[in-house]
Design a protein around this ligand. Structure first.
Ligand code: ADP
Length: 487
């Protein structure tokens, strides 16, 4: 299974050049400490500055390129990524730890995003209005923002870079991308493919490095016009502070503590299937994970029994192993955090189903899915994002109680309900305080052609993905044109 796996040597991309620099790091698989997926040198500030300068230099040429040409490059890249989905999926599964089918699915998603946003490049519509004054026409158009810094997390190593980069490029911006330290190989391939698809030098620069070393440069330096970030809440706040001080726009996607409400009239099969996938798919390492299961009294025991039984059947193992349901946790730090939440809940007297370390043939971070029962909405596990295969159950009286508990969170990314009642589904869609609402579906699992984002502490700035992505990556110009002398 792990034999003959290649180690790739990664470079930065600055002004179209593949640059090697910095102390060498190893991208080690969370499934197997002997599998080195890639080696790469970590950038220091000077390289980050050079990348910004390259993006600044490339901006006038790229913004003047036709949307048709920009779209063609994105579409070409999307086709290559789709064609190489298995190969790139293996690299992704090795470096991040999600199962091979999940990883291949993510690569295909990245390809679809590139193709969709490639189409958007020629749909940069404006408006033409009569002025309130005679003889004058007013046009409203959208222009590129300029140079955008793109900072991405480890949990979706190719899809998140793709969903930020693709609309940014489609709308004529130039970029510096810094992916998370744990998953540089997937981002490197995305950048490599885009260059070979015809992206001019300097339009998309890649800086591999630690956020601690180059994060401040990439969020507050002269030359930048915007920063788009996905990651933890603490880092997001710092990014926002830096961007505000520099007077540039920021778009942040941060945490979630997403409720999945299950009420008495729910179809139990649907409830269990969606809770399982939502809570533990991608090892629970998704900002949209269904981490709070809010269940009304009449169905609670049956739901918990069925979900616990389904969890016990789940196979946890090496990301490349056939037939596994869940891969490893991404690293030791995350594993310790996941286990700490479970242990704290147990110490506080909560019943825990699963959550043990799983023995495996390889040295990886394997943990069984954990369900914490009998929790109170005020428990740490219901207030803070765990970002692992850990879900809690909160038992409630009825639908109104469930809705109140669902909305009782500083976050507001996604909220779901499982019900056969049209009235409850309709009411939940209107009153759930979240950017995305799911009915009879897990909170995780979204489409690429519609807006993605949340409320409260989950998000800041305009939505990502779909046509809506244009909001962040363009700026509005209002022009007044008089054909001749105006009376
Ligand atoms: P996680 O804890 O999930 O790794 P982080 O928010 O730390 O989430 O990381 C998300 C991204 O932000 C990564 O690419 C990381 O390198 C980057 N990052 C970390 N610290 C900073 C910082 N101070 N400024 C900008 N980016 C940072």
């Amino acid at each position: 299974m792990t034999s003959a796996l290649e180690t790739i040597n990664l470079t930065h991309f600055v002004a179209g050049e593949r640059v090697e620099s910095g102390p060498v790091h190893h991208d080690v698989s969370p499934s197997d400490s002997t599998d080195v997926v890639a080696s790469w040198g970590a950038a220091a500030d000077d390289l980050a500055h050079q990348a910004i300068e390259a993006a600044v230099a490339a901006a006038p040429g790229w913004s003047a390129t036709t949307g048709a040409r920009r779209g063609e490059i994105l579409t070409t890249a999307g086709l290559e990524i789709a064609r190489r989905a298995e190969e790139l999926g293996r690299i992704l599964a090795r470096e991040e730890g999600k199962t091979l089918p999940e990883a291949i699915g993510e690569v295909r998603r990245a390809a679809q995003i590139l193709q969709f946003q490639g189409g958007q490049a020629i749909r940069n519509r404006g408006q033409l209005l009569d002025s309130v004054r005679p003889g004058i026409e007013v046009s409203i158009t959208r222009e590129p923002v300029g140079v955008v810094s793109v900072i991405t997390p480890w949990n979706f190593p190719i899809a998140i870079p793709a969903w930020k980069i693709a609309p940014a490029l489609a709308h004529g911006n130039t970029l510096v991308l810094k992916p998370a330290e744990a998953v540089p190989a997937s981002a490197w391939h995305l950048v490599d493919v885009l260059h070979r698809a015809g992206l001019p030098d300097g339009v998309l620069n890649l800086v591999l490095g630690s956020g601690r070393d180059v994060g401040d440069t990439l969020t507050g330096s002269a030359g930048l016009n915007a920063v788009t970030f996905t990651g933890s809440e603490g880092t997001g706040r710092r990014v926002l502070d830096r961007a505000s001080a520099a007077g540039i726009r920021a778009q942040l996607e941060m945490g979630g503590k997403n409720p999945l409400v299950v009420i008495d009239d729910a179809d139990l099969d649907v409830a269990v299937t969606q809770a399982l996938a939502g809570a533990f798919g991608s090892t629970g390492q998704r900002c949209t994970a269904s981490s709070r299961l809010i269940v009304t009294r009449g169905i609670h025991d049956r739901f918990v029994d069925r979900l616990s039984a389904a969890m016990a059947r789940w196979r946890v193992g090496h990301a490349l192993e056939d037939g596994i349901d869940m891969g490893p946790v991404v690293d030791q730090v995350q594993l310790d955090q996941d286990r700490r939440y479970v242990e704290q809940a147990a110490v506080a007297g909560r019943e825990v189903v699963g959550g043990q370390l799983e023995a495996a043939e390889t040295d990886g971070f394997f943990m069984r899915p954990a369900l914490v029962l009998g929790t109170d909405p005020s428990d740490a596990i219901n207030r803070e994002e765990v970002f692992g295969p850990v879900a809690s159950v909160i038992e409630v009286e009825d639908y109104e109680h469930a809705l109140a508990v669902a909305n009782d969170t500083p976050y507001g990314l996604a909220a779901g309900i499982v019900t056969t009642s049209l009235a409850a589904a309709h009411d939940f869609r209107k009153r759930a305080q979240a950017g995305m609402v799911m009915v009879n579906l897990a909170t995780a699992g979204v489409d690429f052609h519609v807006p993605f984002g949340g409320r409260g502490a989950s998000s800041f700035g305009p939505r990502e993905q779909g046509e809506e992505a244009r909001e962040f990556f363009t700026q509005v110009k209002t022009a007044y044109v008089a054909a001749g002398a105006v009376t």
